[in-house]
Design a protein around this ligand. Structure first.
Ligand SMILES: Nc1ncnc2c1ncn2[C@@H]1O[C@H](COP(=O)(O)OP(=O)(O)OP(=O)(O)O)[C@@H](O)[C@H]1O
Ligand SMILES: [Mg+2]
Length: 507
């Protein structure tokens, strides 16, 4: 009997413009197999051609007999066959049809993947492309019709349990489907859910192939994508929302210059975007997740203070830095490890007061032998030829509504009853600045104003009395500053966020 472990290539694809909840899908898969003590390893890889080829080209690994894909599919149209949604190098959507899948999934021509499990839209059409590549069995899960997570987890659990213990593909498939049909949590929809799972090609013999795995005393392993553990890089409480274009714009600049200064008014989302980019860089292997350094410089006023903060972040005693500015910059630069990210957060004050010294320091860091990535957030510009500026726009209308809904903890019923036009009007009042939206949602929740009329009336009534500042860009002029002012006072006095709006008109 074959006692080598069973290797499964787990491809995850979450392009900026069509994201997939990778973390949740992986958790569901974990859930499904956590009680299975078999020598099986899911090797997780982002579905980006180069990344996949890097894994597949290693000849010192066991062959992958199974391919499990989490992502999107696209139906056949015009001259194109059905396509699988991969990512390109910068994380944008990159569709691959059958012909273009071949060099990616079979770069050395080594025969692999007897079975593919495909959870995607148009999965049935996409399955044909894989079958052409020589995959004999494809379990296609029609994600178009939003498979209940319960159904997917149930299916995986029983399908893989049967498969690993020696069932044929046909039997394992049937076991998975039966589990969906028998799940009382699905009630009447069990039939519909079960019908979304297909075994293809329909005419093939699925009874003879088995993919047994040796039993062990530990559960099936599923590799995680690399992630930054530092608490400075955590997602906001409601999850990171939207910003696909903005993320890509920042990545483009990082790709070209290794540095970018994200500029915008307070609360527009600079720090959140910078963190999100940091998480992406780690997940996609551009940086080492242990080497993502968060350097909050809002209290600093000089280059020397920034150096001390950076030294602390790198774990270097500050008294080891030479007294001479230039030597200190050189010394710090020489200690920055390879594949690192420096996130210099809230730099507006130090840019204003720290003068030339701050710019010299940042430019020196960028030239460090370790070639770090440098992300700066600031409300003000810094003129440096090597560090491009990215002005962060306000949130897109749909994203703003989503942020409101999540911050207000709207349940599906309340979501349906919501007057979106009124809400959009309210959100425009605060320039769709995320911090203001978040605060609005909290106030709205407390006040229970079902249709926003009270809030809108107040906002209209006091519009003219709300502080305006000619220095702010045109698109951010209405009540944002009032909200900000309120927010600053709020922080100073540590008041409940909900009191802000009671104070707003007076601002
Ligand atoms: N993309 C997003 N998804 C979810 N929430 C967001 C997003 N962007 C911003 N927020 C919310 O808005 C708040 C303000 O965002 P952030 O702290 O990034 O602003 P900022 O531009 O860095 O402000 P400051 O200049 O004051 O530092 C966050 O705490 C978070 O609650
Ligand atoms: Mg910030």
């Amino acid at each position: 009997m074959d006692s080598s472990p069973l290797s499964i290539l787990l491809l995850v694809s979450s392009p900026h413009e069509a994201p997939v909840s990778v973390q949740e899908d992986l958790a569901a898969l974990h859930d499904a197999v956590r009680d299975l003590d078999y020598d099986v390893e899911f090797v997780t890889c982002v579905a980006e051609p180069n990344a996949v080829q890097r894994v597949l080209n290693r000849q010192d690994r066991p062959p992958f007999r199974v391919l499990h894909f989490i992502g999107h599919g696209a139906s056949a149209h015009e001259k194109m066959g059905a396509q699988l949604a991969f990512e390109d190098r910068l994380g944008s959507l990159h569709l691959l049809d059958g012909a273009r899948l071949a060099p990616v999934l079979s770069p050395t021509g080594r025969p692999e993947f007897e079975l593919a499990v495909l959870s995607a839209c148009h999965s049935e059409q996409v399955a044909q492309a894989l079958i052409k590549l020589g995959v004999k069995h494809v379990v296609a899960i029609e994600a178009d019709a939003a498979v209940y997570e319960i159904a997917a987890v149930r299916f995986y659990e029983h399908f893989y349990r049967a498969l690993f213990t020696g069932a044929s593909v046909a039997q394992a498939f049937r076991a998975g489907r039966s589990a969906v049909l028998a799940d009382d949590r699905l009630g009447e929809s069990a039939q519909t859910e079960a019908a979304k799972f297909r075994l293809l090609p329909t005419e093939a013999d699925h009874h003879t192939t088995t993919l047994k795995a040796p039993p062990t005393s530990s559960p099936v392993r599923i590799q995680e994508l690399p992630a930054i553990s530092s608490s400075h890089f955590q997602q906001p409480a409601v999850g990171f929302i939207g910003r696909a274009t903005e993320k890509l714009e920042v990545l483009r600049r990082l790709d070209r210059h290794r540095a970018v200064l994200i500029r915008g008014v307070s609360g527009i989302g600079k720090s959140e975007l910078a963190r999100e980019v940091g998480r992406w860089l780690a997940q996609r292997g551009w940086i080492d997740p242990q080497r993502a350094y968060f350097i909050p410089v809002d209290q600093a006023r000089s280059a020397e203070e920034v150096r001390a903060l950076l030294a602390a972040a790198l774990g270097i005693p500050a008294d080891q830095l030479p007294g001479d500015e230039r030597q200190a910059n050189d010394h710090l630069a020489s200690l920055i490890p390879r594949r690192s990210l420096l996130l210099v957060d809230e730099a507006e004050n130090v840019i204003q007061y720290g003068g030339r010294g701050v710019r010299d320091l940042l430019e020196r860091l960028l030239q460090a032998p370790g070639r770090p990535f440098l992300l700066i957030t600031s409300q003000r510009d810094m003129a440096s030829p090597g560090i491009p500026i990215y002005p962060l726009p306000r949130m897109d209308e749909q994203e703003a509504i989503e942020l409101f809904a999540r911050s207000a903890h709207l349940d599906p019923g309340a979501w349906r009853r919501l007057d979106r036009e009124h809400l959009a009007e309210v959100l425009n009042f605060v320039d769709r600045v995320p911090r203001a939206i978040d605060l609005l949602a909290k106030v709205w929740r407390r006040e229970g104003d079902p249709d926003f009329t009270r809030l809108l009336t107040q906002l209209h009534q006091y519009q003219d009395r709300i502080l305006r500042d000619p220095d702010y860009p045109d698109e951010v002029k209405s009540v944002t500053l009032g909200v900000q002012l309120g927010y600053v006072r709020l922080r100073e006095r540590s008041l409940d966020a909900a009191r802000l709006f009671a104070e707003l008109p007076a601002a």
